[in-house]
Design a protein around this ligand. Structure first.
Ligand SMILES: [Mg+2]
Length: 245
């Protein structure tokens, strides 16, 4: 079974819902170590991405591939998300789109791991940030590594994404103990410790939504019932959206 543009669209739509739902929590996280606009920014950016997907749905520009969906989303985030997050996520998703295209849009378990890897590397390069700097890189890199491991172990795409979501969740939590070395929070130095990075949190939400979209896609296909069950099982150990504590 492969991930297709239906999955990608569902991922973006679920992410938009998650950002609306978690808007205030993200604002609070950013208020502690940044300028407090992260929740509003992400909510606006993903809403714009969904609006654009809706606008092109019945036209010649309708997305047919995962790469198409990721490009539309990247453009919306770059245009509508202020601060550093828009260019970072936009770059990550553009790299992911390029990798999806390189796979001729037949994205299997190893393929989705490579896509997450491409996103992680793009974000890291664009932000000149590495693991341990207390940024969204602390979510994307371990998520991609966990995805590769799950694919190597023979997991289906949903299981691979569930493993990525698990690692993303841990990665976001791990930023609490870190001192920020990149972005606005780095101006706070030692005072940035004991706060979770808002960009790491929103990226963890995105990756949870990617796994939930895959679980829904597997569940919709009768022959993928075993994979749907395994993905749900992997996701069930993750508390719901609101509680990434
Ligand atoms: Mg901000």
């Amino acid at each position: 079974m492969e991930l297709d543009s239906t999955w990608a669209q569902d991922w973006v739509r679920r992410s938009a819902q998650a950002m609306t739902q978690q808007r205030n929590e993200l604002i609070d996280l950013d208020r502690a170590i940044g300028d407090g606009d992260h929740g509003e920014n992400l909510d606006r950016g993903f809403a714009a991405a969904v609006a654009q997907l809706d606008a092109v749905a019945e036209t010649d520009d309708a997305p047919h591939t995962v790469a198409d969906v990721l490009r539309i989303t990247a453009a919306a985030l770059m245009r509508h998300v202020g601060g550093a997050a828009g260019p970072l996520l936009g770059t990550g998703l553009l790299r992911a789109a390029r990798e999806a295209e390189a796979q001729n849009d037949v994205i299997d378990s190893h393929g989705i791991a490579r896509i997450l890897d491409a996103a992680a590397q793009g974000i890291s390069a664009r932000g000149r940030a590495v693991v341990g700097d207390k940024t969204m890189v602390d979510v994307w890199v371990p998520a991609a590594q966990a995805a590769h491991r799950a694919a190597d172990e023979g997991g289906c795409p949903g299981q691979v994404l569930a493993a990525a979501a698990q690692a993303a969740r841990s990665g976001a939590k791990d930023t609490e103990a870190m001192v920020a070395k990149r972005g606005r929070a780095s101006f706070l130095g030692e005072d940035s410790r004991d706060h979770r990075d808002p960009g790491a949190q929103s990226s963890a939400l995105m990756l949870l939504c990617a796994a939930q979209a895959a679980a829904a896609m597997h569940a919709a296909q009768d022959h993928e019932a075993p994979c749907a069950a395994l993905t749900h099982e992997a996701l069930s150990s993750l508390p719901d959206l609101g509680d990434l504590s």
